[in-house]
Design a protein around this ligand. Structure first.
Ligand code: SAM
Length: 607
């Protein structure tokens, strides 16, 4: 799994870079792989691919991973002997040569290193002068570590290597430990800086970069050391960690104390970085360093070629872009791949020299080693020397990729707009047709609406009528209910009168049909009132010889007062009975004419 070039691992690094902007592709592989493997073990991912997927589905894991990669091991006065040399030799030298001093602690972790430097300067200068003359910049890529550094609170264990006297002078008890004194704390300026891609702090007299370079692969180390070179003032000191040999920076920095890994910016390396128009050595113009720095950090890739077609300067962007090294400076241009790819620079240079005018080749396509396509506008500009002589030419590669991409996007957008416009037009036509259809539908609907309205009005009228009919019906209903009650009462009254009379009572109308039959009559003859009522009196078949009743009934109907009639018969059990039947007229509407006859029957057993 940990082989030198492992494509799976490289892919994982690219994923981490693209997902979180942390570019570890330039870090030393074996260490980096070990740290990834540590996390993979913790989360149970068997290989790079599985861990890649784990990171995708568990974004919190990025924090854990970065904590492991950027191990922030540090301490106050770490490697004491180094700090002794800094305190006794480097700082006094700097104070002697400079009024104000700028210090950069690169990869400062949780702040112990910059606060160590702060204490040493304060000891050397006294607090008042220290605050006036010294400024310390402390940077790291790890925001978490920077937050701790800014808080500046340390436990007594963390302060174990701070000499007693310094601890008492510069620390105050705080909640959970000791805080570096606030007034001195303000002389240290913390900030995030990724040594990999951010520009360095400039005009520095002392650059402390300990145990940080060792993270990086040799190419990246070389680039960072070139940045340190530009960051340092002439004669400035660079202090690195005791395991950092600075092999790649030997031509830029000369050892001051090799054992303690203290170096100085080397003047001998300077010419390689100078643009040819610079005056010869000794006639320094003010701001020459600034010119170098501007060239070095220009956002456009630039090279300077001398009249013998040798490369005399390559800036940071050009080095990174075309994989050029500082050792390429001084080589003949034709030895570099760049001389013919992405464009034949030599013919452009010849043209410039011939015409003494800039030559430009536009929209030159180029594919980076990582396979990314880019486009450049390459221009070659003549650089005037002393007198008529041409001192050289500068070659610039202006990245037109975004411009080209924008043009393509613009063209794409224009075409989309055209399509959208055509679609819009056809939509408008469709809308017009739909509109006409809608208009006719609307008219139909309006007619229907009117019809519905008139129907509605009719219905409303009917409703009102029905309502009044309903009210009338309700009144009638009430009346009927009253009548029914009255009838029921009258009926009940009649029934109770009839059943209260001892004799059996039979009532017939003027046609001799039975209209009343008392309960005593039922008892006597064994015929229920509902069976008797409605029958003709003379047709009733009971134990009474009804034929003898015909005449007295007719006479009573005719208004004659008739005497009771005695008749022999039998009762419902067939026993012989002597009946006495009395007749009374039933009063009707007409006082002259009875409406029927009431027959009162008295029965006496004769056996
Ligand atoms: C081992 S610590 C060294 C701390 C301190 N300089 C010392 O020697 O005590 C290394 C530090 O380098 C930081 N580092 C790693 N990669 C970095 C990068 N690309 N840019 C800036 N700092 C980085 C880490 O976050 C960590 O805080």
């Amino acid at each position: 799994m940990s082989s030198a070039v492992d494509l799976g691992f490289e892919k994982l690094l690219e994923f981490v870079r693209d997902a979180r902007g942390f570019d570890y592709t330039g870090y030393r592989r074996p260490t980096l792989m070990r740290r990834f493997e540590k996390r993979m073990q913790a989360v149970g991912s068997p290989d790079w691919d599985a861990y890649h997927q784990y990171l995708e589905s568990h974004p919190d894991e990025f924090v854990e991973l970065f904590n492991v990669i950027l191990i922030n091991v540090t301490g106050f006065f770490r490697d004491e002997e180094t700090w002794t040399v800094v305190a006794t030799e480097v700082i006094p030298k700097l104070l002697e040569e400079h009024e104000s001093i700028r210090v950069w602690s690169a990869g400062c972790a949780s702040g112990e290193e910059p606060y160590t430097i702060s204490m040493l300067f304060a000891e050397a200068l006294g607090e008042r002068d220290y605050k006036k003359r010294v400024k310390i910049y402390a940077t790291d890529v790890d925001e978490g570590a920077l937050a701790e550094a800014r808080e500046a609170v340390y436990s007594s264990r963390q302060l174990a290597d701070v000499p007693e006297a310094l601890r008492e002078r510069y620390f105050l008890p705080a909640n959970d430990g000791f805080a570096f004194r606030g007034d001195l704390r303000r002389t240290v300026i913390f900030g995030r800086n990724d040594l990999h891609k951010d520009p360095p702090i400039s005009r520095v007299d002392l650059l402390v970069s300990r145990n940080t370079l060792m993270y990086f692969g040799s190419d990246l180390q070389e680039r960072i050391l070139a940045n340190y070179y530009f960051a340092l003032n002439r004669g400035g000191f660079l202090v690195v960690g005791k395991a950092e040999a600075l092999q790649k920076g030997r031509q830029l920095f000369k050892p001051y104390n090799l054992k303690r890994r203290i170096f100085q910016r080397d003047g001998a390396a300077e010419p390689a970085f100078h643009v040819p128009s610079r005056p010869p050595k000794g006639i320094e113009e003010p701001g020459a360093d600034l010119g170098d720095a501007a060239f070095e950090h220009a956002p456009v890739a630039q090279l300077v070629i001398d009249p013998d077609n040798r490369v005399v300067a390559v800036n940071q962007v050009a080095r990174a872009l075309f994989d050029l090294k500082l050792r390429d400076i001084g080589r003949p241009l034709q030895d570099l791949e760049l001389s013919y790819r992405p464009v034949d620079i030599r013919s452009l240079i010849d043209e410039t020299r011939r015409n003494l005018r800039s030559s430009v080749a536009k929209d030159i396509a180029w594919e980076s080693p990582k396979g990314t396509a880019r486009w450049f506008d390459v221009s070659v500009t003549p650089l005037a020397g002393t007198g008529e002589r041409l001192a050289g030419v500068s070659v610039s590669f202006v990245d037109a990729t975004i411009h080209r991409a924008l043009e393509r996007q613009l063209e794409h957008a224009r075409r989309e707009l055209q399509t959208a416009y055509e679609e819009l037009q056809s939509t408008v036509e469709e809308l017009e047709t739909t509109n006409e259809e809608l208009q006719s539908t609307n008219e139909e609907l309006e007619t229907t609406n009117e019809e519905l309205q008139s129907t509605n009005e009719e219905l409303e009228t009917m409703n009102e009528e029905l309502q009044s009919t309903n009210e009338e019906l309700e009144t009638m209903n009430d009346e009927l209910r009253e009548r029914t009650d009255e009838t029921l009462r009258a009926n009940w009254f009649l029934t109770s009168v009839l059943s209260s009379i001892q004799q059996a009572v039979v009532v017939v109308d003027d046609e001799l049909r039975v209209i009343g039959w008392s309960s005593q009559a039922t008892d006597l003859f064994g015929l229920r009132d509902d069976e008797a009522e409605g029958q003709h009196l003379l047709n009733i078949d009971v134990g009474l010889p009804v034929a003898v009743l015909r005449e007295p009934v007719r006479r009573t109907l005719a208004g004659v007062d008739d005497a009771p009639v005695a008749v022999e018969g039998h009762n419902r059990r067939g026993q012989p009975v002597h009946y006495t039947v009395a007749f009374a007229p039933l009063a009707g509407r007409d006082p002259e004419r009875p409406a029927g006859v009431i027959l009162l029957l008295t029965a006496e057993r004769t056996d």
